[in-house]
Design a protein around this ligand. Structure first.
Ligand code: NOJ
Length: 751
C-alpha cells in the first residue's frame, strides 16, 4: 500500500476539519437567515434593500421635519438595511441602537464608507500602489485601512475599484489598478483579502466591495458618467476578469455603476448581474447600486419614472439601493401588483442578511463601536511605518541620465522649486473622506532629514489653497509672480529639485481632463528654469498618467511620485538620496499626447501594423505610435540583464518558462520580472502582448537568479464569441522582460 508522508496527512486532515467548520458555519447562517426571513413582512424585507446617506448629527436630537425626519422614521421601522457616510463610534452606536432597540426585528445596520486608500493614515492612491507590483504590500495596505475604518464603527468599504481603464483623461484611474487585466486581477484579490482578512467576524475586518460593475472605466472620451460601448471580447477578456478575481476571493459585495453599457444602464442589466455575477460566478454577497444609479435609470431613458426604475433595478439584481429611495417607496407595490416576484426580493434580502451574519453583527451589533479602540488605532505608529514602505514601493524612476540620482548626501547647493513641494494636503490625493486635511509630510519636510541648507522658491501660484473634494480645483494660468525669484534661485544652485504636477483633487470622481499637461504655468516655469540650469530632477505628483513629453526629452531625471499619502515627503527623500532603491513599474501607459488616447500595451496588431515608408499603415501623420513610457516601465539605481529564456512544453498542461536575471549594477535592487504571451492565431484575434505572470525579486549587486514561470490553460485561454473560455492549439510567443517593450522572445506550440 502506498503511504502518504505524515506531514501531508496532517495537512489534509486539518484542511478537512477547516472546510467542515466553514460548512457548518454556513449551514448555521443559512438556517438563521431562513428563520429571520419568514418572520419579516414584505415592507421589512424591502427595507433591508434600502441604504441611506447619513443625514444629521446622530448624537444630536432627533430631526424634526424634512428628509432627515423621514429617514429617522424609516430607521425606527426597520426600513433601512445600511447607512453610508456615518462614522465615529459614537455616531454609529447611536444609529445602530435606534434600529436594534426600536425596530420590530432589530436587524443591525451595515455602515458603508469609501475607504479607498486608508481612513486617517493614508497610503498612496491605489494607482500608485499598483505601481509597486507588490501584492503583499497592497494587501497589507488594505489591512491597515480596514483596521482604522473598523475602529470608527465602519463594517463595509466601497473598495476596491477594479475598473480597468485605458484612458488617463478619466479622473478615476487614480482609484484603480491601471490598464491591465492580469495585474488588476491580482490587485483585486490582494485588496479584498486585506479588507476582509481571514475572519470576517473579527472586529478589525470589514466587508469589501468590488466596483463598478461593469466597464465604467471605458467611458467614452474619458468623460465621467459617459456612455460605454464596447464589444463582447473586450467585455469578457479585459473588463470582467478583475471582478471575477474579486468574487473568487470571496468579496462580500459588488457595486454597479452609473454608465450604460451597449445601450443598457448596468444598474438595470440582468444579464450582467444575474446571469454572469450571481449564476455563473456564484457571487454569495450582495450587489449595491451606485449613488442614486437606480433613480438615474429615468434620465438614461430606460425607466419611465421612479416606480419603474425600482422595478427594473430589483429585477436586474441590484439588491440594495444607495440613497435614491425608489425601493422603499415603490418595491412593495411593485411586488403586490405582480411586477416583481417576491422570490427576487427574498434573494436580495438573503444576500444582505448573510453579510450581516458573517460580520457577526447579530451576535454583537456594537462590535465596531469601541471608542478606546478608535483612539488607539487611528494614526497608529505602525500604520505610519507601513504606509511609508508602501509609498517608497510606489515611486517609479522614469529617467536618470548620467546617474544624476541618487543625490549625494553632501550635495552642493540645492534649490527646491514648485508650489507642491510645500503642500501637506494635495499629496494625500483624492478619495480620502475620513482623513484630516494637511496631514501629509510635505516634500520640504521630508527633505529636511537629508539637507538643512536647501533654498526654496514656490514659483507662480498654481492651485487654490482651499481646493476640496466637492469643487473643481481652480488653476492659475496667468499670474506669473514668483517666476523670476524661482529662476534666480535655480541659477545660483548646483541642482534643482522641481516638484510639479496635479493637485490631489484634480483626479477622482468627476475630474475628467482633456489636457494632460502640467497644469497652469508649471511647464513655463520648468522651461525658464531649464534655460538657466538644466541640472534638474523633476518630481512629478499626479493622479494619472500625464503627457510630460517635453519634460522627458529635456530634463535629465524624473521621479514619478503620484500622490503618496501621509508619508509623501519622507518616501521621496529616501529615494532621492538613495536610501531606498526605486523599483516601481508603471501600471498604465504614459501617452506622448492626448490624441494618442486610448493607448495601451495590449492592443491588436491591425492588418497594417507597419508598412513604412508607404503611407497606408496604421499610424498618425503628426505623432509617433509609441508611448512616452510603456506599461510596466520603471528604472532602478542598478541595472538588470535578462538572458537564457527557455521553454519546456513537454507537459502541455504546465508549460515551463525559465529566464535568468542578473543584477549587473553596483547596488542591490528589486526588479519586477514580467512575462507576456501572444497567441499568434486564434478564432478571436488576440492582442500583440498580454501580461500573464510577474515576479518581484531582490538581487544583490552582481547576483543572478533563474526565474521560473508556469503557463497553464488559465493563462493561455480566452473568451470566444460565445463567451466560452477556450484554449486553441497553435503557436504562442512568450516574452519576458523588464517592461512591456524590452523583452526576450521565444515560441512554443500548444497542441
Ligand atoms: C459614487 C461613486 O461612484 C462610488 O464609487 C462611491 O462608492 C459612492 N459614490 C459612495 O460615495
Amino acid at each position: 500500500m502506498k503511504r502518504f508522508p505524515a506531514h501531508i496527512l496532517i495537512f489534509s486532515i486539518s484542511l478537512w476539519f477547516h472546510n467542515a467548520e466553514i460548512m457548518a458555519q454556513q449551514n448555521k447562517i443559512d438556517k438563521q437567515i431562513d428563520d429571520l426571513l419568514q418572520r419579516m413582512t414584505l415592507e421589512e424585507k424591502v427595507g433591508q434593500m434600502n441604504q441611506y446617506n447619513g443625514f444629521w448629527d446622530a448624537t444630536g436630537p432627533a430631526p424634526q421635519g424634512g428628509n432627515a425626519a423621514v429617514k429617522y422614521e424609516h430607521l425606527k421601522k426597520g426600513w433601512v438595511g445600511a447607512m453610508l457616510n456615518v462614522t465615529g463610534t459614537e455616531e454609529v452606536r447611536k444609529l445602530q441602537k435606534l434600529v436594534v432597540e426600536e425596530s420590530r426585528l432589530g436587524i443591525p445596520l451595515l455602515f458603508g464608507y469609501d475607504v479607498i486608500h486608508g481612513y486617517k493614515t493614508l497610503a498612496p492612491i491605489p494607482l500608485a500602489e499598483a505601481a509597486s507590483w507588490d501584492m503583499e504590500a497592497i494587501e497589507n495596505s488594505a489591512r491597515i485601512a480596514a483596521i482604522e475604518a473598523s475602529s470608527v464603527g465602519l463594517n463595509w468599504t466601497f473598495a476596491p475599484m477594479v475598473d480597468i481603464s485605458r484612458d488617463p483623461r478619466w479622473g478615476r484611474v487614480m482609484e484603480g489598478g491601471g490598464e491591465d487585466t492580469y495585474l488588476g486581477g491580482q490587485i483585486a484579490k490582494a485588496r479584498v483579502k486585506g479588507f476582509q482578512g481571514e475572519d470576517l467576524s473579527a472586529p478589525n475586518t470589514i466587508a469589501a466591495c468590488a466596483k463598478h460593475f461593469a466597464a465604467y472605466g471605458f467611458a467614452e472620451a474619458g468623460k465621467e458618467y459617459n456612455t460605454v460601448d464596447i464589444g463582447t471580447s473586450t467585455l469578457f477578456n479585459t473588463v470582467l476578469p478583475t471582478f471575477k478575481a474579486a468574487v473568487d476571493a470571496d468579496v462580500k459585495s459588488v457595486m454597479n455603476g452609473f454608465n450604460i453599457l451597449n445601450g443598457i444602464p448596468v444598474t438595470g442589466d440582468a444579464f450582467l448581474q444575474r446571469e454572469v455575477l450571481k449564476e455563473k460566478w456564484a457571487l454569495q454577497g450582495l450587489v449595491v447600486s451606485d449613488w442614486a444609479s437606480i433613480a438615474e435609470l429615468v434620465p438614461h431613458g430606460f425607466a419611465e419614472d421612479m416606480k419603474h426604475a425600482a422595478e427594473l433595478g430589483a429585477k436586474a439584481g441590484s439588491d440594495m439601493e444607495m440613497e435614491s429611495g425608489s425601493y422603499v417607496a415603490h418595491l412593495v407595490s411593485n411586488v403586490k401588483e405582480g411586477k416583481v416576484k417576491e422570490s427576487l426580493i427574498d434573494d436580495a434580502v438573503r444576500r444582505i442578511l448573510r453579510v450581516k451574519f458573517e460580520l457577526g453583527l447579530f451576535d454583537d451589533p456594537y462590535k465596531y463601536c469601541d471608542s478606546a479602540r478608535e483612539k488607539e488605532k487611528l494614526y497608529h505608529p505602525d500604520h505610519k511605518e507601513a504606509v511609508l514602505e508602501m509609498a517608497k514601493k510606489s515611486i517609479v524612476l522614469l529617467k536618470n541620465e548620467n546617474n544624476i540620482l541618487p543625490l549625494a548626501k553632501n550635495q552642493g547647493k540645492i534649490a527646491v522649486i514648485g508650489e507642491l513641494a510645500d503642500d501637506t494636503n494635495s499629496p494625500l490625493g483624492s478619495w480620502r473622506l475620513g482623513s484630516d486635511n494637511n496631514t501629509a509630510v510635505s516634500f520640504l519636510e521630508g527633505l529636511k532629514a537629508y539637507s538643512q541648507d536647501f533654498k526654496y522658491a514656490p514659483g507662480p501660484k498654481v492651485f487654490n489653497k482651499d481646493a476640496n473634494f466637492l469643487q473643481e480645483v481652480e488653476v492659475n494660468a496667468t499670474d506669473t509672480s514668483g517666476m523670476e525669484e524661482a529662476v534666480a534661485l535655480a541659477k545660483e544652485s548646483d541642482v534643482v529639485l522641481m516638484v510639479l504636477g496635479e493637485h490631489g483633487f484634480q483626479s477622482g470622481e468627476a475630474r475628467s481632463r482633456t489636457n494632460l499637461n502640467l497644469p497652469g504655468l508649471q511647464l513655463d516655469l520648468l522651461k525658464a528654469v531649464h534655460e538657466v540650469n538644466p541640472n534638474i530632477v523633476l518630481i512629478v505628483m499626479n493622479g494619472r498618467p500625464l503627457t510630460i513629453t517635453w519634460e522627458a526629452e529635456n530634463v535629465p531625471a524624473i521621479l514619478e511620485t503620484w500622490q503618496l499619502g501621509t508619508q509623501t515627503g519622507n518616501a521621496i527623500a529616501e529615494v532621492l538620496f538613495g536610501d531606498y532603491n526605486p523599483s516601481g513599474k508603471l501600471p498604465m501607459t504614459f501617452p506622448r499626447s492626448v490624441g494618442q488616447i486610448p493607448i495601451y500595451y495590449n492592443h491588436f496588431n491591425t492588418g497594417r501594423p507597419n508598412l513604412e515608408p508607404n503611407v497606408f499603415w496604421s499610424h498618425y501623420s503628426d505623432e509617433q505610435n509609441t508611448p512616452l513610457f510603456p506599461f510596466g516601465y520603471g528604472l532602478s539605481y542598478t541595472q538588470f540583464e535578462y538572458s537564457d529564456l527557455e521553454i519546456d512544453s513537454s507537459d502541455q498542461s504546465a508549460i515551463k518558462v525559465n529566464v535568468t536575471v542578473k543584477n549587473s549594477g553596483s547596488v542591490a535592487g528589486e526588479e519586477v520580472v514580467q512575462l507576456y504571451i501572444r497567441d499568434k492565431v486564434a478564432s478571436v484575434t488576440r492582442p500583440v502582448k498580454e501580461l500573464k505572470g510577474f515576479k518581484k525579486i531582490l538581487l544583490e549587486a552582481g547576483d543572478s537568479q533563474k526565474i521560473a514561470f508556469t503557463l497553464t490553460d488559465a493563462e493561455l485561454g480566452f473568451f470566444d464569441h460565445n463567451y466560452e473560455f477556450v484554449v486553441e492549439p497553435g503557436m504562442f510567443e512568450v516574452m519576458i522582460g523588464t517592461n512591456s517593450q524590452d523583452v526576450l522572445r521565444q515560441s512554443f506550440e500548444k497542441r
